[in-house]
Design a protein around this ligand. Structure first.
Ligand code: SF4
Ligand code: SF4
Length: 302
């Protein structure tokens, strides 16, 4: 590791919860990805944000990686790399997302250095490799130090090793210290795949637009009487399903080739109250209010 990188990593920097946190704009947000990732218990859900106990925080940065909205700024430390390998450490367990991103940044293996890999690492690696198979990438291997050196020694030092080593060092450095927002989004690294699929129950949905309003990733768009769902943009933050009063949204985590979905919308006049409304279902006769209204109650429109 260069002196420059050492210097950057040794600089203390407090974590900061930014306004991108869904809890700050959405009172219904149930997001606790960062809280669950923090093994020190330094984060706790607040009424309209996340409370960070600076004294408990050891700046490991696990919450930075876990936040789907890149709403936490700070340094991710405690990861070491050696020429295409992530060095195994029992001081942390990477996430599947993290390993998938490291893979795209040049990591081909996990180097255990004669320490048996613990069950948490094995579980994450198995899940990561399943995803890599789906996206047609070589899996991440587990190797001993000697194997890594042997692999590299097979290469020509002055050609591929030198070139790839330099490129790898350049690629890996940001994993430790760079603070760019969006750094931890899988879609950037796997542009041909979607990691989440939004499933809308068309019978329950009233097309109120709450999900569209609260989704910061522009997953939902209305274009010419059509709802466009750009699944690839989804980061699984759950803001849409949290805000949906009809419980009409499910988020599937199956990894698939990207698919932009277009759903036709129909403008109708309610047979009961005469108001115009929009629906997914052309056969619908009553608007979203009258459909569920007790007929013995007064209509709000009459
Ligand atoms: S994971 Fe990110 S969006 Fe979710 S509560 Fe934590 S800071 Fe907010
Ligand atoms: S579609 Fe829902 S879960 Fe996906 S990014 Fe938008 S609000 Fe978050």
């Amino acid at each position: 590791m260069s002196l420059f990188t050492n210097l950057l990593e040794s600089m203390h920097m407090d974590l900061k919860i930014t306004e991108n946190c869904s809890r700050q704009s959405n009172l219904h947000s149930t997001c606790t990805f960062c809280v669950e990732a923090c093994k020190k218990g330094a984060l706790s859900p607040d009424l309209q944000s996340i409370d960070l106990n600076h004294e408990g925080c050891n700046s490991c940065g696990d919450c930075v990686i876990a936040c789907p909205l890149s709403a936490i700024e700070g340094i991710v430390d405690s990861r070491d790399f050696c020429k295409g390998s992530l060095l195994y450490s029992e001081s942390y367990t990477p996430t599947v997302k993290e390993l998938l991103i490291y893979k795209k940044r040049g990591v081909q293996s996990i180097q255990t250095q004669d320490i048996p890999m613990n069950d948490q690492w094995k579980k994450v690696l198995t899940q990561t490799n399943k995803v890599l198979e789906v996206v047609g990438e070589p899996v991440i291997e587990v190797v001993q130090k000697a194997q890594v050196e042997e692999k590299l020694s097979r290469r020509s030092f002055l050609t591929s090793f030198k070139r790839e080593g330099k490129q790898l060092a350049k690629n890996m450095a940001p994993a430790s210290w760079k603070l760019e927002a969006d750094q931890w989004k899988l879609a950037i690294y796997y542009p041909e795949y979607q990691f989440y699929t939004i499933l809308i129950d068309r019978k329950k949905c009233t097309l109120c637009h709450a999900c569209k309003t609260f989704c910061t990733q522009k997953v939902f768009q209305i274009v010419n009487q059509t709802l466009k769902i750009n699944h690839q943009n989804c980061v699984g933050c759950t803001a849409c399903s949290d805000i949906c009063s009809e419980d009409a949204i499910q988020i599937s985590t199956e990894v698939k080739k990207i698919n932009e979905e277009y759903v036709e919308l129909h403008s109708k006049i309610c047979l009961n109250c005469g108001q115009s409304f929009v629906t997914f279902l052309p056969e619908t006769l009553k608007c979203h209010v009258c459909k569920d209204r007790d007929p013995s109650w007064l209509s709000p429109y009459q």
